[in-house]
Write a protein that binds this ligand. Structure first.
Ligand code: AMP
Ligand code: ZN
Length: 474
C-alpha cells in the first residue's frame, strides 16, 4: 500500500472524511448502473468516468477493490418515484421491439461507450431481472419485520417505521414532490406520503411486459429494491462505498438505505460518493428530454472519446459541469498538445527510483484529497517539467494512466512502432550491403544465402533495374 491518506466527501455525513474500509486493505464498492431504455448520454457517462477514477485510485494506492454494478432493466418508472410508466416499456414501444431486445441492445451500447472512454468494467455486472428471487426474499423479510405492508395489491415500504428517513438529505415534503418529478399523483394505498413501492401487481400501466410470480401476485419489483439486493448478493451486508449521480440521492439512495438497514438491522454503507451533473446551457442533460449527446455523436463530430474524459477530469466531481462545444474544443487542443509532448519522450536514460516514488506519491496525494483530478493532472505537467530521464517520465506516465486512463501510453506505442521500424530498416540495409559485397566478390552462393536468411525472417528482396528493394511480408 502507498502511504497516502484518502479523504472523500461523504454525502451521509456531509463532510470530507478520511476513508477507512471495513476490512483492512479491501474495498467493497457499488455503482448504480444505467437504465437501459436508451443510449447513455455524456452526462450519465460523466458519473461513470468519475466513479472509474475513484475505483482506479483505490487500486493505485493498493486496495483490493471489488466493484459491483447493476443494470436496471425493470422497475424504473418515468417519475423516479412510484408513478408513471416503466422506462423500459416506453423504450420498447418507441422502437417497436421487446423489452428484452431493448435491454440487450442498450446494455451492449453502454459497455461499448465505457470501453471507448477507458472505463473499466466492474467486477460484477448484474441485470435486475436476474435477481427476482432475491428481491422477493428481501421483501418477505421486510413484511415479516413489520417494515412493509400490502395495500391495493402492491407492497409498500412503511417509512413511518424508521427513526429517520431522510438520512442523506434534509428534504421536507415539498422537496419530495420535486423528487418525484413527473405526474405526481397521490397513491391512496400509501399510509404515508413518503412510502414507496417494493413490488407492483397493480399499477396504472397494465401493459407491463415483464412480470413474475410472487407471494403477492404476478407483478414486478420497484426500482430501489434491486440495488439493495444486488449489492448484498455480491458484497455482503456491509459495504464501503456506494456511488451514483446526485439525482440518485433522493429518492433512490434514501430508499435503498431504508430497505437495506431495516432488512439487516444494522448500518449498511459507510461512504456515499455522488457525482454532480453535467449540464447544458438549458439545464441538466437528461435522457427523458429526448435530445442528448452521446459518445458516438462526439466521435462523428471528430472528437476522440479521450477528449471528453479529459474534459470531465479537469473539473471536480462535486461541482456541476457545463458542457459547450467551445470548451470541448479547448480540451481537444490541450489533449493533442499533451499527447505530442509525451510522444517526444524517448526510451533512453537511467531509472531513478527516488524521483519515481516521489511523483507516484504526489499523484496519489492529489487524488486522495477528495478525488482532485485536476490537481492530479497538474502533477503530471509538473513531472514533465522536471529534469528526470525519459525512462522515469515514461514510467510515471504509464503509472498515472492506470487511473487517468486517457490513452496516454498510446503515445509510446506509436514511438515504439517507429523505433521498431527504424531498427528493422537498419538491419535489412546492413544485410543488403553484405550481399552486395558478396556479389562483388562473385560469391553468389553467399549472396543467395543472405537472401534466403532474410526470406526466412519474412523479408523479401527483389532485384530491380534501379537496385535491390525489399518488403516485409506478414
Ligand atoms: P440512469 O441511466 O438514468 O439510471 O442514470 C445513470 C447514472 O447517470 C445515474 O448514476 C445518474 O445519477 C447519472 N446521471 C443522470 N443524469 C446525469 C447528468 N446530467 N450528469 C451526470 N450524471 C447523471
Ligand atoms: Zn441504484
Amino acid at each position: 500500500m502507498l502511504d497516502v491518506k484518502t479523504s472523500l466527501y461523504n454525502t451521509l455525513t456531509k463532510r470530507v472524511e478520511e476513508f477507512t474500509p471495513n476490512e483492512k486493505g479491501k474495498v467493497g464498492m457499488y455503482t448504480c448502473g444505467p437504465t437501459v431504455y436508451h443510449f447513455a448520454h455524456i452526462g450519465n457517462l460523466r458519473s461513470y468516468i468519475m466513479e472509474d477514477v475513484l475505483e482506479k485510485y483505490l487500486r493505485y494506492v493498493g486496495y483490493d477493490v471489488k466493484r459491483v454494478m447493476n443494470i436496471t432493466d425493470v422497475g424504473h418508472l418515468t417519475s423516479d418515484g412510484d408513478t408513471g410508466e416503466d422506462k423500459m416499456l416506453a423504450g420498447a414501444r418507441r422502437e417497436h421491439k421487446s423489452v428484452m431486445d431493448i435491454a440487450r441492445y442498450y446494455t451492449d451500447a453502454f459497455m461499448e461507450d465505457c470501453r471507448k472512454l477507458g472505463i473499466k468494467k466492474p467486477d460484477v455486472v448484474e441485470p435486475a431481472t436476474n435477481c427476482i428471487p432475491e428481491f422477493i426474499h428481501m421483501i418477505e423479510v421486510l413484511i415479516e419485520k413489520g417494515y412493509a405492508y400490502v395495500a391495493g395489491e402492491n407492497v409498500y415500504f412503511d417509512t413511518s417505521r424508521l427513526e429517520q428517513y431522510y438520512v442523506l438529505s434534509s428534504q421536507n415534503e415539498e422537496d419530495l414532490k420535486v423528487g418525484v418529478r413527473n405526474d405526481v399523483e397521490e397513491d391512496t394505498n400509501k399510509r404515508n406520503k413518503t412510502d414507496f413501492v417494493l413490488w407492483f401487481t397493480k399499477s396504472k400501466f397494465e401493459n407491463q411486459e415483464m412480470k413474475w410470480d410472487s407471494p403477492w401476485g404476478v407483478g414486478y419489483p420497484g426500482w430501489h429494491i434491486e440495488c439493495s439486493c444486488i449489492s448484498m448478493k455480491h458484497l455482503g451486508e456491509y459495504m464501503d462505498i456506494h456511488c451514483g449521480g446526485v439525482d440518485n440521492i433522493f429518492p433512490h439512495h434514501t430508499n435503498e438505505i431504508a430497505q437495506s438497514e431495516s432488512y439487516t438491522g444494522h448500518k449498511w454503507c459507510n461512504y456515499w460518493f455522488h457525482v454532480n451533473h453535467l449540464n447544458t446551457k438549458s439545464g441538466k442533460m437528461s435522457k427523458s428530454k429526448g435530445e442528448f449527446l452521446t459518445i458516438s455523436l462526439l466521435e462523428e463530430k471528430g472528437y476522440d472519446p479521450m477528449v471528453y474524459r479529459l474534459f470531465c477530469l479537469q473539473s471536480h466531481y462535486r461541482k456541476p459541469l457545463e458542457f459547450s462545444w467551445e470548451a470541448l474544443d479547448n480540451v481537444a487542443q490541450v489533449y493533442d498538445k499533451l499527447f505530442r509532448r509525451i510522444q517526444k519522450l524517448g526510451s533512453q536514460g537511467e531509472m531513478e527510483e527516488g524521483a519515481y516514488a516521489q511523483y507516484e506519491k504526489k499523484f496519489a496525494e492529489a487524488l486522495g484529497n477528495d478525488m482532485n483530478t485536476s490537481s492530479a493532472i497538474t502533477v503530471l505537467y509538473d513531472m514533465l517539467k522536471e529534469d528526470f530521464s525519459d525512462v522515469v517520465k515514461r514510467k510515471l506516465i504509464s503509472r498515472f494512466d492506470e487511473v487517468l486512463s486517457l490513452g496516454l501510453t498510446r503515445a509510446f506505442e506509436d514511438t515504439a512502432a517507429e523505433e521498431e521500424d527504424s531498427e528493422l530498416t537498419e538491419y535489412v540495409e546492413r544485410r543488403m550491403e553484405e550481399r552486395r559485397a558478396a556479389k562483388k566478390e562473385k560469391n553468389f552462393a553467399r549472396a543467395d544465402e543472405i537472401r534466403d536468411e532474410l526470406a526466412a525472417q519474412g523479408i523479401l528482396l527483389k532485384d530491380t533495374r534501379e537496385g535491390t528493394v525489399w518488403e516485409k511480408v506478414n
